[in-house]
Design a protein around this ligand. Structure first.
Ligand SMILES: [Zn+2]
Length: 245
């Protein structure tokens, strides 16, 4: 679990079609010399679809400011992650520094140490406000080492509490760092855009399960597919896949 993550910039999964429109051919590193479907020499062949890069769902946290980011609790996505493994969640500030809560209490870590994460939500309009509120939350008495509980009061609790605070829709107490920020966020963010539909904010943030279903599951499924492709290509270098059409 301590091995260094595969450098994301060195991972490039490519896809093309040669002779059949119902077969995608994937490769990593170098394009095969011959078509794995019909055996033709590809150096002179015309391709139905020329090679294009499959977008990676992973990024380094320092490249995605004001975001909710997720990575495996142990190890790295590409090398170690198995479906149903525990995920750790944090929030980046405007500089891409990750704020996280664990048995070590609340802390900030350089976004570069979250090399392979998935970003499940971003709010670039919130820049200043996120920084101010993240610092504020870290100093609240409920986020201490002693209060940490692996299932009931954990990294998800920390992130959900932060999002609820920043996007709350009820009228707001004076304990928050800026009432101005509260009003503007309330006006703007009555609804959040999830991966597939516009959903009610209060519903999404009401509990961990709903939040995971709306924001984390769709992205982690994409990540799982990409990891499966990466692992096969790591072994086989080239693979064919029947398309659905
Ligand atoms: Zn072919």
């Amino acid at each position: 679990m301590n091995s260094r993550p595969t450098k994301l910039e060195s991972v490039s999964i490519m896809c093309f079609q040669h002779c059949r429109k119902d077969v995608n051919i994937f490769y990593m590193d170098n394009m095969p010399h011959d078509c794995p479907v019909c055996g033709s020499d590809l150096s002179t062949a015309e391709l139905r679809i020329p090679p294009f890069c499959i977008p990676s769902p992973f990024l380094a946290a320092h490249t995605t400011p004001c975001s909710v980011v997720v990575q495996p609790t142990g190890g790295h996505f590409l090398e170690h992650y198995q479906i149903l493994d525990d995920l750790h969640i944090g929030v980046t500030n405007s500089q891409g520094v990750v704020y996280e809560y664990s048995e070590l209490g609340p802390r900030t870590v350089a976004g570069s140490s979250w090399q392979q994460c998935i970003c499940v939500y971003t709010d670039l309009a919130g820049m200043e406000k996120w920084d101010q509120w993240l610092d504020h939350q870290c100093h609240q008495p409920e986020w201490t080492t002693q209060r940490y509980d692996e299932t009931a009061h954990n990294c998800y609790s920390f992130v959900l509490s932060f999002l609820r605070s920043i996007y709350q829709t009820q009228s707001e107490p004076s304990t928050h760092p800026s009432n101005t920020a509260v009003s503007s966020s309330r006006d703007r963010a009555g609804r959040l855009q999830s991966s597939s539909e516009c959903v009610n904010l209060e519903t999404v943030l009401s509990d961990k399960t709903t939040f995971c279903e709306q924001f984390i599951l769709p992205k982690s499924l994409l990540a799982t597919k990409y990891i499966a492709l990466f692992k096969r290509l790591n072994d086989e270098r080239v693979m064919c896949q029947q398309t659905n059409s």
